[in-house]
Write a protein of this length. Structure first.
Length: 126
């Protein structure tokens, strides 16, 4: 789930600090800490549907606990920055994959998509 969160954040923000500030700014409280309530509300406000389902609250709580290793009930900006290394690795992986696709299929990524989408469903099948 942490990678799903990261994928969502990378698609909307330029870095982890920008994401942290946006989450803080969705809160009525002006404390520089993210609580579970603020985290959940921010993901709703940001229209994150990645965790929708009957276990949504449990999944978000598990992500929150991962980012709050001390168990204080809040995530500081320094704790949030643990996502920075994952962010950098995720970003590098995406860039390397795009580079591979460009080498294999040419500069137009639409050509790669058409080759990989065998059934023309608009989605990748297993």
């Amino acid at each position: 789930d942490i990678l799903d969160l990261l994928e969502f954040l990378i698609s909307r923000f330029s870095n982890v600090d920008e994401a942290f500030r946006k989450i803080i700014n969705t809160s009525d409280t002006k404390t520089p800490l993210i609580t579970l309530r603020v985290f959940q509300a921010a993901l709703v406000a940001l229209d994150c549907g990645k965790f929708k389902g009957p276990d949504e609250n449990q999944r978000l709580a598990a992500i929150f606990r991962y980012l709050d290793p001390g168990g204080e009930g809040s995530i500081s900006q320094n704790e949030w920055r643990v996502l920075g290394q994952l962010w950098n690795e995720f970003d590098l992986t995406i860039r390397e994959f795009v580079q591979f696709l460009q080498i294999a299929f040419g500069e137009d990524l639409q050509d790669a998509w058409e080759a990989l989408d065998d059934d023309q469903s608009g989605e990748l099948s297993e």
